[in-house]
Structure formats: structure tokens, C-alpha cells
Design a protein around this ligand. Structure first.
Ligand code: ZN
Length: 433
């Protein structure tokens, strides 16, 4: 595949994945095409070396792996970590706000989105609903409204004269509810929102009990630039890293390899990863341990395997935007289309250290792709990602890396075509090294 084809595939993957639940579903569909077998955490596992497996926890985190034919104690685990969630707006449990002849939906802010970018966009709703079946069991289903359904109109400049000087500031409680209808109070039944969900799923409103729904942008991804060397979509942070990991993992040379290798993609990174399925929860340690148990490895050899392991934590990096030179560390300007970025931070906001960074550089050299080093400005607090917490929990040497991108946490982010392709190449080298 050419770099542009890889990115077109990425854009399609994102367009099919308007929520973390859908992203995991999209990944599962790809894995099934390559004979990966589903595992259930409630069942006993009898893994066979050389076989492909995946485990989904609570519909929005996924780990897929190949149990290697070489002894685990010799190879350790080769792990790629990333996250499936993106910052944004989530629909509240009692969402209806009805006054002045307009019906709006109340939302909660999830993580740190750039709120102003949600205005004037063709928004809709996707996620998961839970309901009672006709047999009285609790079940759940993914849901997606395809058409533009809701909107957050901006305030005209005539009422906000300083908007270009002071920026658009939105009050989180009062100024984020999204317009959905002109229904007035007398016309509105209390089950209105559940009825909307019923129309979309054919599950009766009275059966629907609860939901996790996020707002998404219906605009699909594009290539742009005079040579189509850039691309834009929502959720590049961090579905681009998930996609790079998936494409690398499903490459023939990687699938034929003898090492035990896995990808772990977690929900809830944008809110701190502290959950049953987050990177700071038990999901990854549980699965690593169960792989070892099922392969009859004793606990000392399991610890030896961990000590032998290596993890790449892939999350997007901040590319230099020349309109805002003062925001960047002058000696660490990371450029779009100039290769994967190694993130370093002395205060351990990133898990990279000199040895793990050197190992990643070695992979880049093998893959014949350029690489760059990122350090945040010393006078601005640095972001973080899943690397530090998983490496702390497991004692696995880790490097934090990512592809450069602009406008992180905007509803419309952009990045470089070559970087996505380079990341896939490096990850392939990592999995077979
Ligand atoms: Zn991220």
C-alpha cells in the first residue's frame, strides 16, 4: 500500500468509528478477517502457541495478540499501547432542556476538548445503549445516528464583538446544550429521547434503561494540501495510533513471527485511565498473566518474561504550527511529514528513557524512516499518556512515541500522510525484532 492508501484506509476507519465502542467493533471486524479468535474473560483459556486471539473488555477496550512459538521467558512480550477514546461531549442521563420554543440536549464535557471547535458543525450522536430484552435480561447495543442531528450555533459577532480579540469562551453548564428540535413543552413526552433511540435501533423506548452516547462530527475525513500530503478528520488522537498498530500487526511478516506480541487499546485515557478498562486498571496485567498461565508458565518465569518485555506507547505528538512560534520549544520543533516523534520528559510525564528511546531509534533506522525528538516548553506543563502508568504497574521498559499532528483535541485535527506510513513501518520492525 502507498502512504496515501494507508491514510485513506485510516480515514475510513475513523469514519466508521464515531465512538470508542465503534472503534473496537471496527478493529474486531478486521481481526476476524485474519482468523483471530475471540476470548471471554469469564471462560477458561487453553491457548495454543502460534494462534491469534483477542479480548474485549466492556466493548471499548481491546487487546489482541499472537501467542508466540518461542518460549515467552526468552522473548518477553512485545506490546503496543494506544487509546480508543477522544475528548468531546457526552449526552447526560436526563438530557432534555425545553424552553423558548427549542428543545436542547444537555451534555457533559469528557476530557479536554477545544470546545469552540464544536460550534457550527454538523454534529450527531453515537455510542452504546443498554436495555432489557423481552426475556428480562440486560443487553447492550451500539447505536449511531448517521445524519446530522444536533448543533451548537455560535453567537453572532454582533453580540460578541470581542470574539476575535478574546476568543470564543463557552460556559460549560449554560452554553453547551445542543439544539435538536422545535418541540414545545406541551408536545413533548418525557420519553422523547428514548423514542429517538427507539427509531434508530428498533429497541422499544420502554426497554431502554441507560446509555453512553457521545457527540460526533458527521463530516468525513479528507486529504488536503497542494499534493494531498496532509489529512484531516476527528479523533486522530488517538485512532491514528490504533490504526497504525493494527495495520502493522496484520502485516504478513508480523503475523508469521514467533514472538509473543500484542496490541492493547484502552478507553478512558482522556479522563485519566482509572477504570476497569482503562490503562491504569487491571486489563493489561490480567491478560498478560492469563497468557502466561494458559501457556503453563510459572510465576517466576512470568516475572522474567515481564523483565524481558518492551512496550511502545503510541499517542499523537504536537507538530510545529508556524503561526504560533512562541508555543513551542525552539530546539524541539517537531515537523509534519518528518517522521515519528519520541517524547521525552524529565518529570516522567512520558515513560521514555535513554535506553527505550535508543531502541525505538534503532527500529526507525531498520525501517529506514526519519525520527524526531519532542520536549515541551520548560515553562508550560506537559501532557501525559498511558505509557507512564502501564510501565509503572508492570515494570516493563517503555517508550512514548507518536505521529506529529496539529490542533490536538479540536473536533477537526490534521496531520501528515508520510508520518502515518512511517509509523506503520516502524511498528512492523518492532513487532518482528
Ligand atoms: Zn491521546
Amino acid at each position: 500500500m502507498t502512504a496515501q492508501q494507508q491514510v485513506k484506509d485510516l480515514l475510513q476507519f475513523i469514519d466508521n468509528s464515531p465512538s470508542a465502542f465503534h472503534a473496537v467493533k471496527s478493529i474486531e471486524e478486521s481481526l476476524l478477517q485474519f482468523d483471530f479468535k475471540p476470548l471471554d474473560e469469564k471462560q477458561k483459556w487453553l491457548l495454543k502457541p502460534g494462534t491469534r486471539y483477542y479480548v474485549i473488555r466492556d466493548d471499548s477496550s481491546i487487546i489482541f495478540f499472537v501467542a508466540g512459538t518461542k518460549p515467552l521467558v526468552e522473548t518477553g512480550y512485545k506490546i503496543l499501547g494506544a487509546h480508543t477514546d477522544s475528548p468531546g461531549l457526552k449526552i447526560k442521563p436526563n438530557p432534555l432542556i425545553n424552553n423558548n420554543g427549542l428543545l436542547r440536549l444537555g451534555v457533559e464535557v469528557y476530557g479536554d476538548p477545544i470546545l469552540a471547535t464544536f460550534t457550527d458543525r454538523d454534529l450527531s450522536i453515537a455510542g452504546r445503549i443498554s436495555y432489557k430484552t423481552t426475556e428480562g435480561k440486560i443487553s447492550s447495543q451500539l447505536i449511531r445516528f448517521e445524519e446530522s442531528l444536533i448543533r451548537l450555533p455560535n453567537l453572532a459577532i454582533h453580540m460578541n464583538r470581542m470574539v476575535n480579540e478574546k476568543g470564543l469562551k463557552l460556559h460549560k453548564q449554560n452554553e453547551l446544550p445542543l439544539i435538536i428540535s422545535t418541540l414545545i413543552e406541551e408536545q413533548l413526552c418525557p420519553d422523547y429521547f428514548k423514542q429517538c433511540l427507539e427509531k434508530q435501533t428498533a429497541i422499544k423506548a420502554e426497554q431502554i434503561l441507560s446509555w453512553e452516547l457521545n457527540v460526533y462530527d458527521t463530516q468525513t475525513g479528507v486529504l488536503w494540501g497542494d499534493e494531498q500530503q496532509f489529512y484531516a478528520n476527528s479523533q486522530l488522537d488517538n485512532l491514528a495510533s490504533c490504526h497504525a498498530g493494527l495495520r502493522a500487526f496484520l502485516d504478513n511478516t508480523v503475523l508469521q513471527n514467533n514472538n509473543t506480541r500484542l496490541c492493547a487499546f484502552f478507553d478512558h485515557e482522556e479522563v485519566g485511565s482509572e477504570s476497569t478498562k482503562g490503562a491504569n486498571g487491571s486489563f493489561l496485567p490480567d491478560i498478560l498473566q492469563r497468557i502466561a498461565l494458559s501457556l503453563n508458565i510459572n510465576s517466576e518465569d512470568y516475572q522474567r518474561a515481564l523483565a524481558q518485555s518492551f512496550m511502545i506507547s503510541a499517542d499523537m505528538a504536537h507538530a510545529y504550527q508556524p503561526n504560533f512560534p512562541s508555543a513551542y520549544e525552539p530546539e524541539h520543533k517537531v515537523k509534519v511529514n518528518k517522521g515519528p516523534v519520541i517524547k521525552m520528559n524529565a518529570n516522567q510525564r512520558y515513560s521514555s528513557e535513554s535506553i527505550s528511546a535508543a531502541q525505538f531509534i534503532h527500529c526507525c533506522e531498520q525501517a529506514e524512516v526519519p525520527y524526531q525528538s519532542y520536549s515541551h516548553r520548560t515553562d508550560i506543563p506537559c501532557g501525559s499518556t498511558i505509557g507512564p502508568m502501564t510501565s509503572a504497574k508492570l515494570g516493563i521498559r517503555t517508550v512514548d512515541v507518536g505521529s506529529p499532528m496539529w490542533a490536538m483535541h479540536s473536533i477537526r485535527e490534521s496531520a501528515g500522510v508520510l508520518d502515518h506510513d512511517s509509523m506503520i513501518k516502524v511498528l512492523k520492525c518492532f513487532f518482528i525484532s
